[in-house]
Design a protein around this ligand. Structure first.
Ligand SMILES: [Cu+2]
Length: 680
């Protein structure tokens, strides 16, 4: 076959370059283009499913056309385009101007450019002068996406926040400038590339702003180790795998402990999983983090517009860290690079964007026969695919995690530095926390949206049900003592947004109603274990609410449609709503025995703490997909027992205790000591 790339393989460097050439040729030769993304356009699902069947049966005699989805601006204009390039034919299949009011994401080069524009702007410099900063002080600019409030959203703009590095340590480039926020907030227009106005952040308890006054130096609050006195009593903890890891990586295909899937990577979603199966049984056609929204609580301008959609506004692939061995990932690590396009349409390597490794996560299962003292115990080994993104001040550690019991999880660890703003001495406000002298961290929500397109046991005909536990009414005949309760199952018939109900222990389950468990006849299922989640608090009439189309329910279910990948809509930057999963669910499609898509929302209500500054200890949020009557017994029953011979642990307690000499015996064998212990 001429084309050797798998249809799910991310675009190669030459493909990115070819795409850029086709786009450049479509515009006038001299038009300067700013690319906002060149990513794989995946084949339509119908043709892809046929391809995968043919691939599996060895009957593959054809390739699917390789295509790229492109977004770009013509520089100096607000003309934003969406294009599809057929890479086999080097032709343009689509090249449309996106509707006014929809905007493209930021890019690395543009952020750096905006910083420069702000700091060199005479009006901004004039304001900075009023601060009377000590000689040598360094002002730092964080360009933010402009946000949205329903007013003046036609132009694509940046709202910038200014800070100062610790004036007593100005040469430290890694100093925590978030401890020195300024009230000066310039706005940059992306067409004229100029500062169009300067907003001022209120620093009191009300909406009023005050003229720039002299800077008040406070003590620093640094996070870098060289600026902190470090504890000295920590011993090494090393992860050793003398015989290597138990997973294999073959191109993009990863196999581990009966799991098999294909890993993709793109600038918007970062990691994407395709064709996730366990023990040859298909589970999910495609899984990825679809969107996120971080609406802030301060009602005062300009910070009322703060509502990051970090995937659509910038991109998890675009912001992926270069992960370091022994630092971000411990043990035996396999790194995968990502390849995306930069603003010039050139390939940009995201080195070590994903680390793949195993970890021990405590005990997998255990039972001790108290009569014999014999324990059967296995460790819970996990496979982790981790990617870390830096979004200006903040970090998200994103991971797909698999275990040996058929569980599949998505984890987010929120860390990094709070986005701060100035506050006057000695006051407080109810929508934020003072985390340092003169530093306010506004409350905000982190709302994530995980997209899951299931195919349980290979069928695209799945349903969503929710199970609840209900008390039986007390009744002399059927429940005389009042203890009885039953589980009920409700079929979700139409596309809709739904919520958890902890009082009823509501659990959502994806089922394949045509495949039944041999033990109990129940439909094979995977349940979605979602932590409690507070829906978006912004008023339903606010733009904040309208544009975060996924943020009002724990779970949405829709019927599959091509090009519905992002729950906040294709274009989130300054979006106004009307695009996304809430709109799609409103079609009221039947979702019974259909190709369904689940959109699982989870997140945290972040009321900042003093402990979250100068850098926030990781806050973990986890969504798990767990088999329910999918297997006939514990799928981890065949995991070899945990033994000291295998694990080589060290007993630190070496002294003799009365009647019992502690020895390095196997965990599961009956020891001489156990035999001699009195029976219970
Ligand atoms: Cu937060």
């Amino acid at each position: 076959m001429a084309n050797i790339l798998h249809p799910f393989t991310p675009l190669s460097g030459p493909e990115i370059e070819s795409t850029a050439k086709v786009i450049q040729a479509a515009q006038s030769e001299n038009a300067a283009i700013r690319f906002k993304g060149i990513t794989l356009r995946e084949p339509a699902k119908e043709s892809m499913q046929k391809y995968l069947i043919d691939e599996k049966s060895g009957a593959l005699s054809y390739a699917l056309p390789r295509k790229a989805l492109v977004n770009y601006y013509v520089k100096g204009t607000n003309h934003f385009f969406e294009s599809i390039v057929n890479l086999d034919e080097k032709s343009l299949e689509r090249n449309i101007r996106v509707a006014d009011g929809l905007h493209g994401p930021v890019d690395d080069g543009e952020v750096v450019l905006v910083e420069k524009i702000v700091l060199e702007d005479p009006a901004v410099q004039e304001e900075i002068k009023k601060l009377q900063l000590p000689a040598g002080s360094v002002v730092v600019c964080d360009p933010w996406i402009w946000g949205a409030d329903g007013v003046d959203g036609a132009k694509r703009q940046y709202q910038c926040y200014l800070y100062v590095r610790d004036p007593s340590n100005s040469t430290e480039e890694d100093g925590n400038h978030y401890a020195y926020p300024l009230a000066i907030s310039p706005v940059v227009d992306t067409v004229t590339l100029t500062v169009t106005k300067i907003d001022f952040i209120p620093t009191g308890t009300d909406f009023s702003t005050s003229p720039t006054k002299q800077f008040r130096a406070v003590k620093p609050n640094e996070y870098i180790p060289s600026e902190n006195k470090l504890r000295t009593d920590l011993k090494e903890l090393q992860v050793l795998q003398p015989n290597g890891a138990s997973f294999t990586v073959e191109g993009d295909v990863i196999r581990w402990q009966k799991w098999e899937f294909r890993l993709g990577f793109n600038s918007r979603e970062g990691m994407v999983l395709y064709g996730v199966s366990y023990d040859q049984r298909p589970l999910f056609y495609r899984v990825s983090l679809s969107d996120m929204s971080i609406p802030y609580a301060d009602p005062r301008g300009p910070v009322h517009k703060k509502q990051a959609f970090d995937l659509g506004d910038s991109g998890a692939g675009m912001m992926a860290n270069d992960l370091k061995l022994g630092c971000d990932c411990l043990g035996s690590i396999y790194y995968k690079d990502g390849l995306i396009a930069d603003e010039d349409g050139k390939p940009m390597l995201k080195k070590n964007a994903v680390c793949i490794h195993e970890q021990d996560y405590g005990i997998g299962w255990k039972h001790t026969n108290y009569r014999t003292g014999r324990a059967a115990v296995v460790r819970n080994r996990e496979l982790v695919l981790q990617s870390i993104i830096t979004v200006s001040n903040y970090e998200y550690i994103l991971a797909f995690v698999f275990n040996q019991a058929g569980d599949f999880s998505y984890e987010v660890r929120a860390t990094g530095i709070l986005s701060t703003q100035p506050i006057d001495e000695g006051i407080s406000v109810p929508w934020g926390t003072v985390v340092h002298d003169g530093v306010l961290a506004a409350h905000h929500q982190h709302i994530f949206s995980l997209r899951i397109n299931p195919e349980l046991d290979g069928s695209s005909s799945n349903s969503l049900v929710y199970e609840e536990a209900h008390a039986m009414p007390i009744d002399p005949a059927t429940n005389p003592f009042g203890n009885g309760y039953v589980s009920t199952e409700t079929l979700v018939e139409n596309s809709v947004g739904l919520d958890l109900d902890s009082r009823r222990n509501r659990v959502f389950k994806i089922t394949n109603p045509n495949k039944h468990n041999a033990i109990n006849g129940k439909a094979v299922s995977y349940k979605v274990v979602v932590p409690p989640f507070q829906p978006i608090l912004a008023n339903p009439n606010s733009v904040h609410y309208k544009r975060a189309e996924f943020a009002d329910h724990s779970i949405y279910v829709t019927k599959y449609r091509e090009d519905e990948l992002f729950s906040g809509g294709q274009y989130t930057n300054q979006s106004q709503g009307g695009h996304g999963v809430r709109s799609w669910a409103a079609r009221n499609d039947s979702v019974v025995e259909q190709d369904i898509v689940l959109w699982v929302q989870f997140g945290l209500q972040h009321i900042p703490r003093a402990e979250d500054f100068p850098v926030m200890p990781c806050e973990l949020i986890k969504v798990s997909l767990k088999p329910v009557n999918f297997f006939e017994r514990n799928p981890a029953i065949d995991v070899p027992p945990s033994t000291q011979d295998f694990n080589k642990s060290t007993n630190l307690r070496t002294e003799a205790v009365v009647g019992l000499q502690v020895k390095d015996d196997g965990c599961c064998s009956v020891t001489e000591e156990q035999k001699s212990l009195p029976k219970l």
